[in-house]
Design a protein. Structure first.
Length: 490
């Protein structure tokens, strides 16, 4: 299976918001396909009618498009193995399940839930493995008929081989599972619905998947699937067993596996905050892989050129939001100014912007953009950095006011106002005006400019002050300082 062209798959379920761990899996499959010149198949696992939704399906595809993770076969693209939604392939699964039954690779199991629980408890008490004990493995025709006469329903179980299963994991090396730890397992529910344990290997076999790259949480199911691939190969359904690589866990707070319930796991969170796709993908790639020991920032083209699944680290990777933000900030700084200004667009216009649409001055923003670009962590930060320019009055930030307007701030601000009013209107002259005010009051520039900054912009931090004043203009700058002085005098 692994000697021909690489064919990998990404097969998410359309349930809720996409998870960053899921995106990491998609990224590694995409990078491996692109690195090897292979094919990425997108397949949708939508057989759980109670949890799947069309809205989640559309959101999933939109998220992959936003990230730039394109696929070669699948929904909206088509391909020789369509359909690519499992809900549209049910007849095929039933047909192959019947073949497995007829060949003796599977059998009906009539055990009730209560019987299974009782026997598992007894096995645990005796110190034995508590998996399925093979009770229905070799039922006689008469016993089956008796169960049927009782009105019992049955599931279908796959018959595991009575010998160890060994395979070489592309990330973890050689692994062996013994029979007592991999019991026979269900592949079809009592209502006839096929289970994940059946449909995924069937789809992989029919779609010619050569490499299965997935999360570590699925490692325990691999020996079962290998045995099923072998049975499907004997039936002529598969052409062999794919190679497996199990990606390390992504850990969240408290060294617990990151789950969908963790707020920081939602892809939508990063998209709404204004992460760049390249910045987020760069960070997610570091969760188990690196381009070089001393290099964290790189493009997706560079990742594709270097990526090999054999280089993935098997140890759990910790999701670090601060590191993710730092990587994204570096990618923002790598943009050319035109691309940066365009990327900020959604946050500069309703409904994100706190100012009226007609108040936005594109030309003024373009002048500020190079200054803002070096200070943003995420694109949504742009609003707080430039709102002073487009609001009638600066934003009210009580913490900033209290920090800057200490005793004596009124005198400093009055002197600075006099100097600013008399200065030429350029950044250098304005800086000298505030510097002179500070010297008169025994303050260095950093301390002297703080009350001016809060009076004019509303905040203690922001873009370079004097370039900001130059753009704001003499009239608006002096008016805001007057307002602050009146407030201090009240």
């Amino acid at each position: 299976m692994v000697n021909g062209p690489v064919r990998v798959r990404f097969c998410p379920s359309p349930t809720g918001n996409p998870h960053v761990g899921l995106v990491r899996t998609a990224l590694f499959n995409w990078a491996y396909a692109r690195h090897t010149g292979g094919t990425l198949v997108l397949r949708i696992e939508d057989t759980d009618a109670a949890r799947d939704s069309e809205e989640s399906y559309e959101q999933l595809l939109d998220s992959l498009r936003w990230l730039g993770l394109d696929w070669d076969e699948g929904p909206e693209v088509g391909g020789p193995h369509a359909p690519y939604r499992q809900s549209q392939r049910m007849d095929l699964y039933r047909e192959i399940a019947d073949k497995l039954l007829a060949a003796g690779n599977a059998y009906p199991c009539y055990c009730t839930t209560e019987e299974l629980d009782e026997r598992r408890a007894a096995a645990r008490a005796a110190g034995r493995p508590s998996g399925y004990d093979g009770h229905c493995r070799d039922l006689s025709a008469e016993r089956k008929a008796a169960y049927e006469a009782e009105g019992r329903t049955h599931i279908v179980r796959f018959r595991m081989p009575d010998e160890p299963i060994t395979f070489t994991d592309l990330v973890r090396g050689e692994l062996t599972f013994t029979p007592e730890n991999v019991p026979d397992y269900g592949i079809v529910r009592a209502n006839g619905a096929p289970l994940y344990t059946l449909v995924n290997p069937i789809d992989d076999a029919l779609m010619g998947i050569t490499h299965v790259l997935r999360g570590e949480d699925l490692l325990s199911s691999t020996p079962r699937q290998i045995a099923l691939y072998q049975a499907l190969t004997a039936l002529g359904v598969a052409k062999g067993v794919p190679a497996f690589g199990h990606l390390p866990y992504v850990m969240g707070e408290g060294n617990k596996k990151l789950s969908k319930r963790d707020p920081q796991s939602s892809l939508n969170l990063y998209r709404e905050r204004g992460f760049l796709p390249e910045g987020l993908l760069n960070y997610l790639s570091l969760l188990g892989w690196s381009l070089a020991p001393d290099r964290d920032i790189f493009s997706m083209d560079e990742m594709v050129a270097a990526f090999d699944i054999a280089d993935v680290n098997a140890n759990p990777a910790r999701f670090d939001l601060k590191k993710a933000e730092a990587v994204n900030a570096d990618h923002i700084r790598l943009l050319d100014v035109k691309t940066f200004t365009e990327a900020c667009g959604p946050w500069l216009r309703a409904p994100h912007a706190p100012w009226a649409p007609e108040a936005f001055d594109a030309a003024a923003f373009e002048e500020l953009a190079p200054l803002a670009q070096t200070r943003l962590t995420v694109l949504s930060d742009i609003t707080a950095n430039v709102d002073f320019l487009f609001l009638d009055e600066p934003a009210e930030d009580q913490a900033s006011w209290e920090k800057a307007m200490k005793p004596g701030a009124d005198a400093l601000l009055a002197t600075a106002r006099t100097n600013i009013a008399a200065a030429e209107w350029n950044a250098e002259a304005l800086k000298n005006a505030v510097l002179a005010a500070g010297e008169e009051h025994g303050l260095k520039l950093g301390k002297a400019q703080a009350p001016v900054r809060v009076a004019v912009t509303g905040r203690t931090v922001g873009l370079p002050l004097f370039e900001s004043l130059e753009l704001l203009g003499r009239e608006r700058t002096l008016a805001r300082i007057d307002t602050a002085l009146a407030k201090l005098a009240a």
